[in-house]
Ligand binder design. Structure first.
Ligand SMILES: [Zn+2]
Length: 346
């Protein structure tokens, strides 16, 4: 089959699209013909190389894709050939203390399809049936293939980890990215007063269209000062930060007393300075969040399928232009999700 792959870590030019061995289908696995798959920042990190993760090369990247079931292993019970499915990329052992207590995203051996094991930006893939969710008829493939990771991640951050409630205020940083644009929609749905930052007025208009009540251009304004003035000096109850080192201090500064900072990533680097005085004096909470449990993904995808939430599509590119697709993410061009489709599906 044809797949996006790389044989060594590096810049986007290490990506190739060409022949790799067909996926083998395990007893509990499902083989899927891919219609469309979205990129995530994780794909960029995986391509560059992450400390402690030693990939078998060549590696096929990609954690999001949707398509049609072609073949099922003998132990598969929930799917059959012809079913429409999308991937949920977190893989858990099912047996450790966290899995047994119902939170597999905290599994001690948690890993991610596309990051630690072969991914799905290919004509086909095979994954355990637990890593698939049904897609209703009528849902566009680009939507089906781009919602799972970012909406799952943002849902867990806001609903489960930060427990954002109606009437609270929330600041979403980087609202033009995948997680950011999902977080704006979810926060609005939960009844919060939503502040959003982005780098251009065009991106801010898109964030407002998706439910942001107040927008801040972080290129022209210092977002923490601007937020203070917009909230009469109070700050917000929750900050959603996936940016990392570049925003961390200002994220903490943007919180009201007792506020919660919830983080799921560090695109600009993992080692910011932290003002500990601010954390204890203002009695702040710093909350980590990673991916989502299968139940949380099911909950949020129901609201994508019924149109409550909308993954915005930046651009759809053939997989042979995967390098260009990666660069669009790295250069922060545009709003929402970059989608790739197998060249044979174009
Ligand atoms: Zn486990």
């Amino acid at each position: 089959m044809q797949a996006v792959h790389f044989a060594k870590h590096g810049d986007a030019d290490v990506l190739e699209y060409g022949e790799v061995p067909d996926p083998e289908v395990g007893r509990d696995e499902v083989r899927v013909d891919v219609k469309a798959g979205a990129l995530n920042h994780l794909d960029v990190w995986t391509r560059r190389g992450l400390p402690g993760i030693d990939l078998e090369m060549p590696h096929v990247p990609g954690s999001d894709a949707a398509g049609v079931v072609r073949e099922v292993g003998p132990d598969v019970t929930r799917f059959e050939p012809g079913d429409r499915v999308t991937v949920t990329a977190g893989v858990a052992c099912g047996d450790c203390e966290f899995c047994r207590h119902g939170d597999p995203s905290m599994c001690v051996s948690f890993h991610i399809i596309g990051e630690h094991v072969p991914g799905v930006h290919a004509e086909e893939f095979a994954v355990p049936e637990d890593n698939l969710v049904s897609v209703p008829e009528g849902v566009d493939w680009t939507v089906a293939g781009s919602a799972s990771l970012v909406f799952g991640t943002a849902w867990r951050m806001l609903v489960d980890r930060a427990a954002l409630g109606p009437g609270e205020s929330v600041l979403v940083l980087g609202a033009s990215g995948g997680v950011g644009h999902a977080a704006v929609q979810i926060a609005d749905y939960l009844g919060a007063d939503v502040f959003a930052t982005a780098s251009t007025d065009e991106k801010l208009a898109a964030a407002a269209d998706l439910g942001a009540d107040h927008t801040i251009n972080y290129e022209s304004d210092d977002f923490a000062s601007e937020l203070r003035s917009l909230t009469d000096g109070r700050g917000v109850d929750v900050v959603v930060d996936h940016v990392g080192a570049a925003t961390w201090r200002d994220s903490l500064k943007s919180l009201a007393k007792g506020g919660r900072l919830v983080t799921c990533g560090a695109t600009t680097g993992p080692n910011p300075e932290t003002d500990i005085n601010r954390i204890f004096w203002n009695q702040l909470e710093v909350i980590g969040s990673t991916m989502a449990t299968p139940g949380q993904v099911d909950d949020v995808l129901e609201l994508v399928w019924d149109g409550t939430f909308e993954p915005r599509i930046r651009e759809v590119l053939p997989m042979s232009e995967a390098a260009r697709a990666h660069e669009r993410l790295e250069n922060r061009e545009g709003f929402g999700k970059v989608v790739v489709v197998p060249d044979s599906e174009r």
